[in-house]
Design a protein around this ligand. Sequence first.
Ligand SMILES: NC(=O)c1ccc[n+]([C@@H]2O[C@H](COP(=O)([O-])OP(=O)(O)OC[C@H]3O[C@@H](n4cnc5c(N)ncnc54)[C@H](OP(=O)(O)O)[C@@H]3O)[C@@H](O)[C@H]2O)c1
Length: 316
Amino acid sequence: MADKKIIAILGATGYQGGGLARAILNDRTGSFAARALTRDPDSEKAQALAKLGAQVVKADANNINSLRQAFDGAFGAFCVTSYWEHFLPEKDLAQASNMAMAAKQAGVKHVIWSTLEDTRLKVPLQDKRMPTLMEHYKVPHFDAKGESDKVFQQSGTPTTFLRTSFYWEDFIYFGLGPKRQPDGTIALKLPIGDKKLPGIAAEDIGRCAYSIFRKGVEFIGQTIGIAGEHLTGSQMAAALTRALGETVRYDAVTPEEFREYDKPAAKDFANMFQYISEFEKDFCGARNVESSRGLDPDLLTFDRWLAKNKDRIPLT
Ligand SMILES: NC(=O)c1ccc[n+]([C@@H]2O[C@H](COP(=O)([O-])OP(=O)(O)OC[C@H]3O[C@@H](n4cnc5c(N)ncnc54)[C@H](OP(=O)(O)O)[C@@H]3O)[C@@H](O)[C@H]2O)c1
């Protein structure tokens, strides 16, 4: 342990950081050690990581001093914000800034910043094709991350910008999955028309990040996009049909319809799907599946993800 390079992991008790922590801990002979950062070292998830061999350290992304201490002595840091806990882009921006500054002050040699596009670079606020949200954003949970790329660049911290994809787990937890309709049929309703949505098994994000840390300097300064597959709504519905053994229909609802759904952040999601669809070529092009498989040879396809998770998708 003592001779291993420590990776300090934000979000270690969550999807992305958890995948990275497990990838490091499962590679017993590897040259990295996992330091799991959490606000609550006593939580069940933090304790489970400790049992696997992680060093568990208390830190809060809202407190730069706690991050500075938690990064101390670390070779690398995995930085991710938790937008869906607060729904506040300004909080994401402030936390990202704390992470970048703390990493710089602690002399971290390689940061991976989990980011997404700033959609305003292609759809400026005055563009009427989608509503402006919270006065300053088109897709708040994307824009704040994309804008935060600058603080990592300006901090001078050696950083890899990791552009993630839609987790297929959103079909389980985010209410975005197929639902049984009043007539008894099952429909997957997404506002992506006939365009492709890059998706990924959440655990694979951390496994790709681990590979980036292992490969090291070749990725510093680069933006790397990852996805397990790029699939249309019809292709996802066909895969769901095969997995569930019951027909799942794809309904290409409009972004306008989706905005009015009774879901948290329906407007943010509608703008996100509209952006992904309208800029399909660039968005998919920025998330190459083969190079993702190069990072993570066991990268799941949607069919393989469904084989493991189909029973967890709530249809009601
Ligand atoms: N869902 C998707 O399809 C998708 C796709 C791409 C990107 N994303 C982005 O992924 C991010 C969330 O990542 P995730 O899904 O891996 O997380 P998650 O599973 O939702 O878990 C949240 C993690 O953030 C940590 N955390 C929250 N607030 C913190 C704070 N103040 N200080 C330190 N740690 C804090 C939590 O740790 P403790 O509770 O242990 O402190 C926990 O580990 C969001 O910003 C979202 O926009 C989501």
